[in-house]
Write a protein that binds this ligand. Structure first.
Ligand code: ZN
Length: 346
């Protein structure tokens, strides 16, 4: 039995053997996992034992941001072969579902998603996955970058929802990993420049190092004042809420230009007040994002083209044997850490 990183219960991780159901179907591939990013949700299950209605009631393998190498393909698989380097989309919809038929498989009520109880994740040596949700990495895209596709896909989904037009001014509230991914996707999606607001200067320094990104430290100036100053009082064309913070959400209408768009990406833990009249007075278009659908190919293409470089966001890479220490560090939430990745033996 393989050794996996197992969340035994809230606050308790172990590296141990856990029997996993890994039967291959004809449309599946078996993948030797190589690199896995630690996500805020993994850490939240570790520290809180639940996210909303999803409660860890039994030992669960963590991890959903993965890249690896195909080692076996099912009889019906045509586009992949053993030896291919790949990354995997962690959500598996029911292909016959109404949502999947509509192309919105991310909101399929039947979707199963890695490391969302009771579904096991990918911090284990091998996974079996539908080939349709497994994507070949171009030679110039590393495993580490491949494991960044999952969080970047959320930024891609946000950029698509925003319906960016060339030359738009973007604004991202919150410089966590998803805020950073969203800012980069918005730039790649056509924004002339993107302003990123946060109160943690180390985070702003990391994302502000990218050309086209300007930063706003809201300890020094309210985000609304800063964006007004930057846009002659007009506001940003597209605003991405990536903080999940109640005061930020209340202040969103002030950031957008009349007729602009607001995209809700961050997830507040509890319901929060929204300034509806503020939204109405500018006829703002409100969009929401839940994970992503049909963006992996685009995300990989942008990374391979060099238009999006996610490597500076990989703060630390640790060997699988040190996974628990890596989770403890991620739980510290250091302001200089964006993405911590775990590397399994080749
Ligand atoms: Zn993630």
């Amino acid at each position: 039995m393989p050794t996996s990183l197992v969340l035994e219960r809230k606050g308790e991780l172990s590296l141990r053997d856990l029997p996993l159901e890994q039967r291959m179907g004809p449309a599946d591939v078996r993948i030797a996992v190589r690199t896995v990013g630690i996500c805020g949700s993994d850490v939240h299950y570790y520290t809180h034992g639940k996210i909303g209605p999803f409660v860890v009631n039994a030992p669960m393998v963590l991890g959903h941001e993965a890249a690896g190498t195909v080692v076996e393909v099912g009889a019906e698989v045509r586009h992949l072969k053993p030896g291919d380097r790949v990354c995997m989309e962690p959500g598996i919809p029911n292909p016959a579902s109404r949502a999947a038929k509509m192309g919105i498989y991310n909101v399929d009520p039947d979707v199963t998603f890695w490391a969302t109880p009771p579904v096991h994740g990918c911090l284990t040596p091998h996974v079996v996955h539908p080939a349709a949700y497994t994507y070949r990495l171009p030679d110039n895209v590393s495993f580490a970058e491949g494991a960044m596709v999952e969080p970047f896909a959320i930024g891609m989904q946000a950029a698509l929802r925003a319906r960016i037009q060339p030359g738009d001014v973007g604004m991202v509230v919150g410089a966590g990993p998803i805020g950073m991914m969203t800012a980069l996707a918005a730039l790649a999606g056509g924004c002339a420049r993107v302003y990123v607001a946060d109160l943690a200067q180390p985070k702003l320094d990391i994302i502000g190092a990218y050309p086209g990104i300007e930063t706003i430290n809201i300890r020094g100036i309210p985000a609304a004042d800063a964006i007004a100053e930057a846009t002659g009082g007009w506001g940003a064309d597209v605003v991405f809420e990536c903080s999940g913070a109640a005061p930020a959400i209340l202040g969103l209408p002030k950031l957008a230009r009349p007729g602009g768009a607001v995209v809700l990406v961050g997830m507040p833990v509890d319901p929060v007040p929204v300034d509806i009249v503020g939204l109405q007075a500018k006829e703002l278009r409100l969009e929401t994002v839940f994970r992503y659908a049909n963006v992996y190919d685009r995300a990989i293409a942008l990374i391979a083209s060099g238009k999006v470089d996610l490597k500076p966001l990989i703060s630390l890479t640790v060997p699988f044997a040190d996974s628990i220490a890596a989770f403890d560090r991620a739980a510290e939430g250091r302001e200089t850490d964006v993405k911590i990745q775990i590397e399994l033996p080749a």
